[in-house]
Design a binder for this molecule. Structure first.
Ligand SMILES: C[S@@+](CC[C@H](N)C(=O)[O-])C[C@H]1O[C@@H](n2cnc3c(N)ncnc32)[C@H](O)[C@@H]1O
Length: 295
């Protein structure tokens, strides 16, 4: 075998740059590991994606095969940091500002007025939102922009948005909160100058999220597969969009039922446009496609 850091491994760096083959048995092991640790189901059509995305990790660790890499993650990664690198490489972080805008319209026009009314009746001024699977931050920052606008002149609300993801790489970018022109294209023209601060970073112009909109957002690493979440209070709205597509049906159902426990009565769960809870056993009330209510 090509041992970790062995002479044999070191002797032929060209073998890595050319890319080691990913054997079926190695793919099986890696896919089982990703499923067990992150709930992500990798179909057989993802074999090439796994090979190319993990190629760099083999190179960084100077390993000659994916079998060695698997062995390293399972048996030699005491700190767990390589597992994080592996999940970073495997996860898909595609996102956008104002993505699936109908959710933000729904929030502004229908959900929020109902939530505020309930809160007023309960004499509770806390508004708690959770972007679960927030990727590089566009979703929670959009939420912050929409909520600030909707709550302007209503006064006195204690707004907090929790944004979590399993990917440390995505979270680092989210915390930085700096985006290119192209990445901010989804932000409507009439609010751009208020919500974005231009930053000159040669050779391109980039934009930083204005302080007011950052202040209410907290980013944390959290694996949605954890049996319990470390939250004290309940949320009014949970966004978990375009995350569950990577999970199989039993994993989705278990997660959705966990979300239910962390929502206030009268709170909403919003999922991605290609996702659905049809066929899942949950206590949620269907409101409209991709929108569910805890009654
Ligand atoms: C495609 S992005 C969706 C981003 C955003 N919600 C949106 O709709 O634009 C999916 C995100 O889910 C995260 N993810 C995948 N599995 C996860 C898990 N087990 N726990 C937490 N986050 C996970 C990925 O790291 C990725 O950032």
């Amino acid at each position: 075998m090509t041992g970790f850091f062995s002479k044999e491994s070191n002797s032929n760096p060209a073998a890595y740059s050319a890319g080691a083959p990913l054997k079926e048995s190695e793919f099986e092991k890696i896919r089982r590991l990703v499923y067990d640790r992150a709930g992500i189901s990798l179909g057989s059509h993802k074999k090439d994606l796994v090979r190319t995305r993990l190629q760099k990790r083999l190179r960084v660790l100077n390993l000659g095969s994916y079998g060695d890499y698997y062995d390293y993650v399972v048996n030699h990664d005491e700190s767990g940091s390589e597992l994080i690198h592996m999940l970073d490489a495997i996860s898909t972080n595609k996102t956008d500002f104002f993505r699936e805008n109908q959710h933000f319209e729904f929030l502004r026009n229908e959900a929020l007025p109902k939530i505020l009314e309930l809160k007023n009746r309960r004499n509770d001024n806390r508004l708690r939102f959770w972007s679960a699977g927030c990727s590089t931050g566009e979703e929670p920052y959009t939420l912050s922009m929409v909520l600030h606008k909707a709550l302007a002149n209503t006064g006195g609300w204690d707004l907090k948005i929790l944004a979590t993801d399993i990917s440390t790489r995505a979270l680092e970018r989210a915390v930085e909160g700096v985006y290119t022109e192209e990445q901010t294209a989804g932000i409507p023209g009439n609010i751009r100058s208020e919500v974005l601060t231009p930053v000159q970073r040669s050779p391109v112009k980039v934009y930083s999220i204005a302080d007011k909109y950052r202040r209410v957002v907290s980013f944390r690493r959290l694996n949605l597969m954890d049996p319990q979440f470390p939250f004290k209070g309940l949320f009014d709205v949970i966004f978990c969009r375009n995350v569950m597509i990577y999970f199989d049906k039993p994993t989705q159902e278990a997660l959705v039922n966990k979300f239910y426990r962390y929502l206030q009565p009268g709170g909403y769960l919003l999922i991605g446009h290609s996702e659905s809870l049809a066929g899942a056993t949950t206590s949620f009330k269907y409101v409209r496609p991709t929108v569910y209510l805890k009654t």
